[in-house]
Unconditional design. Sequence first.
Length: 169
Amino acid sequence: MTGNDTRFTDPIEEHRALLDTESRIAIAGHPLHAMLVAFPIALTLSVLGADLLYWWTADAFWTQVAGWAAFGAFLMGVIAGITGTVELLVVRGIRNRSASWTHFILAVMLLSLIGANWAFRIGQPEEAVLPLGLMLSFVAAGLTAVTGWHGGKLVFDYRIGTKPPDDLS
Ligand code: HEM
């Protein structure tokens, strides 16, 4: 941009190094974050399923399932979050894209919600379900869908975590 020229420029076009978005936290080029996120996604949806089954059957077994699934969702979510955060901080092309930070904010809100949904059930697995536990599970499932969809957008739309084609690197 020069003088009175007010056209916007694309920083990624000007700084080719920002095209480097390749995952570093990976095994043989396969990103660990992508492998790990399946666990919090599946377990968060399982908590909702178990809560609904408890509401339907009044069988306390489902409150045990929900409690353990909530614990697993939080634990695996934090581990997946750590791999994602290291990637975000270490890889220049990832941390320079605002979409990565949007995903981070969504994910931290989600992990707080999953953690609350687990902690709230400790010592009162049955009493916790109706209505607050079930409501937390619904919101957590919705936010999981949004965060997971947005993570996919990072990879498939912005090519974050992928290797740039040879002619661009
Ligand atoms: C807490 C901080 C988190 C950060 C900083 C983060 C960051 C990232 C980054 C940088 C990517 C691009 C791929 C890569 O480089 O590995 C990604 C992809 C993804 N993230 Fe996260 N993430 C976080 C947590 C989560 C959580 C809790 C979920 C669970 C819903 C999630 C779901 C996804 C999904 C589904 C993808 C696409 C994976 C693929 O299709 O390859 N992320 N994330």
